[in-house]
Design a protein around this ligand. Structure first.
Ligand code: FES
Length: 569
């Protein structure tokens, strides 16, 4: 196969002319023949004024370019879509697959022998890895890194666990308008991704465990010089991969590496979104994430990383304690350390270099875990025939086995309108139910699963309730919250049958979520559901139409059906 500038020539029916024309145009930018004869490393540019999490991307691109050139290759920077959580309507998850498609196609369309993808804000790394896996070009992932922590009245703050905690206090009347404004300016004190174990941090750690990024790259704070040096080293690594033509993602992503990623996902107290994204990535390979196997791992793997929302610290503390290599060292035989990484080294080589930091308490020993079980459990039951997920490491122990009366919200809009109504018939023992918030129903499975505690209960001091939905939740959130109920209600899942007043039983130890209504009544309710409706107004054209027609359920990673490795059935 052709290399460098000769790859993927534009079709004019004369290959010699195509190359001649390509060189003529690129020389307009001042490139020499020497530069154009080198292996090419593409570098994605996801800088955007709308994405403050990626504010350091220009510096990382500059460093990655330097690394590529120091190793004798030619860097070529190209733009791709950028997705920021709070600037993506209706939700960034709606756009993840668009970014994955666009990134994949631009990697394929333009001549490059390796690619560096630089990303971080929640959906960007999953989209970029899905793209790289499908394009199967040697790939180095460079996370932008987490923000440093904020401070308020002597308290350490982090986005966005503390955003939610302090907003809940404000809703409960415990802090006033002036203080919440002050907090607003202190929660995100630098560029970079959320510095708790939210989805961005989770995916950065999972990427490192998959061997797709350099050691320590998940945790180095975004503003640190070390982050820039890591980008330079990533550039060198990518140039070597371009020369060696490997390893490709298909050579690194094996059943063992996916199992390692799941072990790390459990041990870090990772985001539930991480499971959806890892499932989507695996769906681009011959391998798959089995939810029951993931749950079984969770019974075996302890939570060792003491980060919010499951624990107490923040990403910079995890980093200074030794980062993912140190965590993997502690996990030891729970991992397959023979798995390979982009540098050619194995994880065994990586953990051999892990730093011992005396006195650190962010990464616990196996004998002294934060929790003896992993972060997440997979639930089944008559409400979730294809599964649901709970992050029990961030839930209230007293609610993990609970039976309560359902209070049903028909949609995110319905919940927004009614949850704070003083007339709402709700008590602390009830189970809040949100439906039509799944991949297809919302659309895009928004992070609405963290239903707010009704204001009148919040003011009475209620901090947590059992909440269930077909939505997702930010990895930064805390609570006894059942998510990703599959199939979702919009495609006829049993969640569509729940009525206010029904009893619902949650049993996390037994891995069950059940609606305590007899089968005959459920059949009557199903028969009364409206027959399948035509595509809604929002789904008539464009990307929305594609999304509505092809989105898969959470247990399949919410990829589009035609983007999986084997394509459409
Ligand atoms: Fe970008 Fe949290 S908002 S990572």
């Amino acid at each position: 196969m052709a290399d460098g500038l000769r790859k993927g020539l534009t079709s004019y029916g004369d290959a010699g002319f195509s190359l001649f024309l390509r060189k003529a145009f690129i020389k307009a930018a001042g490139y020499s023949d020497d530069a154009l004869d080198r292996p090419i490393v593409g570098i994605t540019n996801t800088y955007s004024d709308y994405n403050p999490c990626h504010g350091n991307v220009p510096a990382l691109i500059e460093a990655a370019r330097r690394g590529v050139m120091l190793a004798g290759a030619l860097p070529m920077v190209f733009p791709t879509i950028s997705l920021a959580e709070s600037f993506s309507h209706p939700t960034s998850m709606y756009l993840r697959n668009l970014m994955a498609m666009e990134t994949e196609e631009m990697i394929r369309a333009q001549p490059m022998d390796a690619v560096i993808v630089i990303g971080g804000c929640d959906k960007t790394l999953p989209a970029q890895i899905m793209a790289a896996v499908s394009a199967d070009l040697p790939t180095v992932v460079v996370p932008v890194g987490p923000m440093v922590v904020g401070h308020h009245k002597g308290e350490v703050l982090g986005a966005c666990t503390d955003c939610r905690r302090l907003w809940a206090k404000y809703r409960a009347g415990e802090i006033d308008d002036t203080e919440i404004e002050a907090v607003n300016g202190r929660l995100a004190p630098s560029v970079g991704t959320c510095m708790v174990m939210g989805t961005a941090s989770t995916m950065a750690c999972v990427t490192e465990a998959l061997g797709l990024s350099l050691p320590m790259s998940a945790t180095i704070p975004a503003p640190h010089a070390e982050r820039v040096r890591s980008a330079e080293a990533s550039g060198k690594c990518a140039a070597e991969m371009a020369k060696r033509k490997g390893p490709r993602p298909s050579e690194l992503l094996t059943p063992a590496s996916f199992r390692n990623a799941q072990v790390v996902l459990q041990a870090i107290g990772g985001s539930t979104n991480g499971l959806v994204h890892l499932t989507a990535i695996a769906g681009r390979t011959p391998h798959a994430i089995d939810l029951d196997a993931f749950d079984a791992l969770g019974r075996e793997v302890p939570v060792l990383v003491d980060l919010k929302p499951s624990g107490a610290h923040y990403m910079e503390h995890f980093h200074h304690a030794g980062g993912v290599p140190k965590l993997m060292k502690q996990l030891g035989d729970l991992l397959d350390l023979d798995a390979r990484t982009i540098t050619g080294a194995t994880l065994r080589d990586v953990v051999a270099q892990a730093e011992d930091v005396p006195g650190q308490d962010a990464i616990r020993a196996r004998a002294d875990p934060i929790r003896p079980e992993g972060a997440m459990a997979v639930l089944r039951g008559n409400l979730a025939p294809r599964g649901a997920v709970i992050k029990h490491s961030a839930a209230s122990e007293t609610l993990l086995r609970h039976t309560g009366r359902a209070v049903v919200f028909e949609s995110v809009e319905d919940m927004t309108l009614r949850v704070d109504d003083p007339e709402l018939d709700v008590s602390a023992d009830d189970v809040l139910v949100l439906r039509n918030a799944g991949p297809k129903g919302a659309p895009g499975m928004p992070e609405a699963g963290y239903l707010p505690i009704p204001r009148k209960l919040a003011r009475e001091g209620v901090k947590d309730m059992v909440r269930i939905s077909d939505a997702r939740m930010s990895g930064t959130a805390f609570g006894t919250i059942v998510l990703h109920i599959t199939p979702e209600s919009a495609v006829g899942g049993p969640l569509a049958l729940v009525r206010t007043g029904d009893m619902i039983r949650l049993d996390v130890a037994g891995r069950r979520i059940d609606l305590l209504v007899d089968d005959a009544e459920l059949q009557r309710r199903r028969a009364a559901l409206p027959a399948s409706a035509p595509a809604p107004e929002w789904a008539r054209r464009g990307y929305a139409h594609l999304f509505h027609e092809t989105i898969l359920q959470a247990d399949e990673g919410c990829d589009f059906d035609f983007l999986r490795r084997e394509g459409k059935d």
